[in-house]
Design a protein around this ligand. Structure first.
Ligand SMILES: Cc1cc2nc3c(=O)[nH]c(=O)nc-3n(C[C@H](O)[C@H](O)[C@H](O)COP(=O)(O)OP(=O)(O)OC[C@H]3O[C@@H](n4cnc5c(N)ncnc54)[C@H](O)[C@@H]3O)c2cc1C
Length: 479
């Protein structure tokens, strides 16, 4: 480790690497310390099941990276990051053998909804056309002066509604309601909670604007690309270095922590003023996930043909069933029929599995820190829409919510969002401020998904935090 550098970034997740790149681009010397032996945090791939099967350890599908203003500034093509766009971004099978689909075009999506097609078009079209303006507004702290107030208002009014209320008010039939509810469930909120609609809108609109792409070769390619670019800019990355105490770091003018609020409290809690410390202690976790990766002998035998052409599949039936499952999770109960998210990358990327074989990535929501094995419930949900699925399984790799922190301390208890994304914590993430990245410790910034705009692979937390650090510590160096 060098004796001193301009900026140290702790953690090499997408936000840590985004922060490091932003600092290095401004001319700073940058060192990244990563606890794990591989870089990437929530964007990694590994042979989890059998040799030759490449599984995404965490993130799999990347509408937020593809739609991220930060990623747009990177020379991704030159660095060989290729986004693969599945023919259908998302399919949501129903018990009658049909599937509601989120297609790339708003019109194509709306057209399947019969009596609900007009309502879908009216909700999504004007916002999808203005995605770039909207992305800038929503992928930053909520407390800010909007540059696109009309677009933001048009988004904000439906976004604040509970998903069940908005879906049932706007749509009269199950396909549109179920599709909307499934996307809203990415919020990890009960679907009766305020702002659960925001997630359905953001991810649905991103699907229309930039698709729900997967990176060729696996999510590790995203991290490798960011790391390659950082090294081009002169940055250094050190792996196998878990920071135990903030005081152990060498001298630097800025320290950017790609750490969850709880990991931050662990390594720096004793140095924090009591008022700020108390605020962080009130910050709440999101529920957890149980994840399972499969090596398969063949593609999944979906009943609904559209599912065979989709990158992502949402399993949970109709809106009431999904809402009941999410309600159970939020109350600390294990749902009998959980909402399951599935990605079938190898259908579109032949580098993921050998020969005619396939991979499958799936997880369901469970209560925080739950140790239960949910593989039976997940497989029953897949069998429900793809009879014969179990016969295709060659191998499984499972990880419970309670075990997720083993490979990344930020995932303690299985919370993959850096803290609940309820209304209060969207506003105050982790504190209410236009610059919530700044901590009371001089030159120390939080830049993880526990800061705005929150979870997902988009790098915007790191990008914004680095800009604040550049202003504070290197007034003349921001570009
Ligand atoms: C199973 C799963 C599925 C997901 N699916 C998707 C998806 O499909 N699409 C999507 O956009 N997002 C997805 N996400 C969410 C996404 O991965 C995260 O929101 C994102 O990675 C957060 O980035 P980050 O940089 O804030 O933190 P992280 O990616 O968690 O990175 C933090 C890094 O810091 C390191 N670290 C922690 N503590 C220390 C320490 N004390 N010292 C040194 N290093 C430390 C960790 O090892 C890690 O590498 C998923 C997450 C999981 C877990």
């Amino acid at each position: 480790m060098p004796d001193a550098c301009d900026a140290i970034v702790v953690g090499s997740g997408p936000n840590g690497l985004a922060a490091a790149i932003t600092m290095a681009r401004a001319g700073c010397s940058v060192l990244v310390c990563e606890a794990n032996r591989t870089i990437g945090g929530g964007a990694r791939s590994a042979e989890l099941t059998l040799p030759g099967f490449v599984h995404d350890v965490c993130s799999a599908v990347h509408p937020l990276a593809a739609g991220s203003p930060f990623f747009k500034t990177l020379p991704l093509e030159r660095l060989n990051l290729e986004w693969i766009q599945p023919e259908i971004p998302l399919a949501h099978p129903l018990d009658d053998g049909s599937a509601a689909c989120l297609c790339k075009e708003v019109d194509c999506t709306a057209d399947q909804f019969g009596g609900d097609s007009r309502a879908y078009r009216r909700l999504m079209s004007p916002l999808a056309r203005n995605w770039e303006d909207l992305a800038i507004e929503i992928l930053q702290p909520m407390l800010h002066l909007p540059r696109h107030p009309i677009t933001l208002t048009r988004f904000g009014i439906p976004a604040i509604c509970p998903a069940t209320l908005l879906a049932k008010y706007l749509f009269k039939h199950e396909p549109a309601r179920a599709l909307f509810a499934g996307i809203a469930a990415h919020s990890f909120l009960p679907l009766e909670a305020p702002v659960s609609s925001a997630f359905a809108l953001v991810l649905g609109l991103a699907g229309h604007a930039v698709g729900w792409p997967i990176p060729r070769g696996g999510s590790q390619q995203i991290s490798n690309t960011l790391a390659a670019y950082l090294r081009e800019l002169g940055g250094t990355i050190e792996v196998n270095h878990r920071l135990e105490n903030l005081r152990d770091l060498p001298k630097s003018r800025a320290i950017l922590l790609d750490l969850s609020v709880w990991e931050f409290l662990r390594i720096a809690g004793q140095d924090l003023p009591s008022r700020y410390h108390r605020k962080l202690q009130f910050f709440r976790h999101a529920p957890g996930i149980f994840k399972i990766d499969y090596a398969l002998s063949s593609p999944i035998p979906w009943k609904a043909e559209a599912c065979c052409r989709a990158g992502t599949i949402h399993l949970g039936g109709g809106i009431d069933e999904i809402a009941a499952a999410e309600r159970d999770v939020s109350r600390g109960r294990i749902p009998g029929r959980p909402f399951v998210l599935v990605a079938q990358q190898s259908l579109f990327d032949e580098t993921r599995a050998p020969g005619d074989h396939h991979t499958l990535w799936a997880y369901c929501h469970v209560p925080f820190n739950c140790g239960a094995d949910m593989s039976d419930q997940i497989e029953s949900q897949i069998e429900r829409f793809a009879p014969g699925f179990r016969d295709c399984i060659l191998a499984r790799h499972k990880i419970s919510a309670a075990d997720l922190a083993r490979s990344n301390p930020n995932l303690a208890g299985g919370d993959i969002s850096g803290g609940a994304a309820n209304l209060a914590q969207l506003l105050a993430r982790p504190i209410l401020s236009p610059t919530p990245y700044r901590t009371p410790l001089r030159g120390v910034y939080l830049c993880s998904a526990s800061t705005p705009p929150g979870g997902g692979v988009h790098g915007m937390c790191g990008y914004h935090a680095a800009r604040v650090a550049l202003r504070d510590c290197f007034a003349t160096r921001e570009r």
